[in-house]
Design a binder for this molecule. Structure first.
Ligand code: AMP
Length: 282
């Protein structure tokens, strides 16, 4: 079922909620793939009804060409879900449903979670993410909302968002879904040629190498190794490789005991920007 307007969605959900059913929300920007599907399946293991929102959120893009080129095809997405999970509700709001007439991001205090990596290289991105999610949570009022660890920094930001805004929704993180060669599924992969898709596997190889090196090497040694792996692949331009403590997402130069560490990569393959991350010591 595809629902285009906020009021129609709320009417449908009112009936569902009156029946005592729980509602899960999976926010997406469409161009659905197996990664999204893994979130939807995860959501069904917790909730009776699942709403997948499809909304390419203008306020989270800091690059006009990236926004313009973002793949959009709601008909394909509806067909994909009909094939895999036909009872899912697809919600495709208009920009005015979300922002009324003021298409602007609010600013939030996400603390150190947004100082580095995506927050540093896409300035304002997380305010845009927070703005759209706050509004989607207000419209759908889900019991739970599901986010991929593929965007781990986003997952941490969203957990903080619901605390700041005091919204009554539980945020659940879901494992990253990868193809057989480790490449994380992403809507941006649709913009890559077959040969670029092969090259893109370097991201997973680099993260796996970092994980393998983590126990017996310094952070500096690991960073040097990963930077050199990318230098050897001229098609790729590494934007950042960072090893951070998971509880504050601040890049670290030392390893402290009893801390979880995670490595993050952003890299350009031509014009397409890909990101991924991996836990290093658990
Ligand atoms: P997007 O449509 O790219 O904004 O992603 C919507 C949601 O799907 C976000 O919570 C992402 O983290 C999640 N997601 C995207 N790709 C994957 C993947 N490969 N594995 C798990 N979750 C994913």
């Amino acid at each position: 079922m595809v629902i285009n307007s906020k009021t129609s969605l709320q009417e449908v959900l009112e009936i569902i909620k009156k029946e005592g059913k729980t509602v899960g929300l999976v926010p997406t920007m469409g161009a659905l793939h197996d990664g999204h599907l893994s979130l939807i399946n995860f959501a069904y293991s917790y909730c009776d009804t699942v709403v997948v929102s499809i909304f390419v959120n203008p306020t989270q893009f800091n690059n006009a060409s990236d926004l313009e080129k973002y793949p959009r095809n709601v008909n394909n997405d509806a067909g994909f879900l009909k094939q895999h999970n036909s009872k899912t509700i697809i919600f495709t709001p208009d920009v005015s449903d979300i922002y009324n007439d003021k298409v602007e991001a609010e600013s939030f205090d996400f603390g150190s979670y947004v100082d580095f990596m995506e927050g540093e290289f896409r300035v304002g991105h997380f305010d845009g993410v927070g703005s759209v999610l706050k509004r989607l949570f207000d419209i759908v009022k889900p019991d739970k909302a599901f986010f991929g660890e593929k965007d781990f920094q986003q997952l941490m930001v969203v957990k903080k968002l619901v605390k700041i805004t005091d919204q009554d929704v539980e945020i659940i993180g879901c494992p990253t879904s990868r193809n057989e060669f480790g490449l994380a599924q992403s809507s941006r992969n649709f913009r890559l040629t077959d040969s670029e898709l092969k090259v893109a596997e370097l991201i997973y190889k680099a993260l796996s190498k970092a994980k393998k090196m983590f126990d017996n090497n310094s952070i500096k040694e690991i960073e040097n190794e990963i930077v050199n792996m990318f230098k050897d692949e001229p098609a790729f331009e590494l934007e950042y490789f960072s090893i951070v403590k998971e509880n504050d997402l601040i890049p670290t130069k030392i390893k402290e005991p009893k801390q979880n560490y995670r490595a993050f990569i952003a890299a350009f393959l031509g014009e397409v920007r890909l990101i991924d991350n991996m836990a290093l010591n658990y």
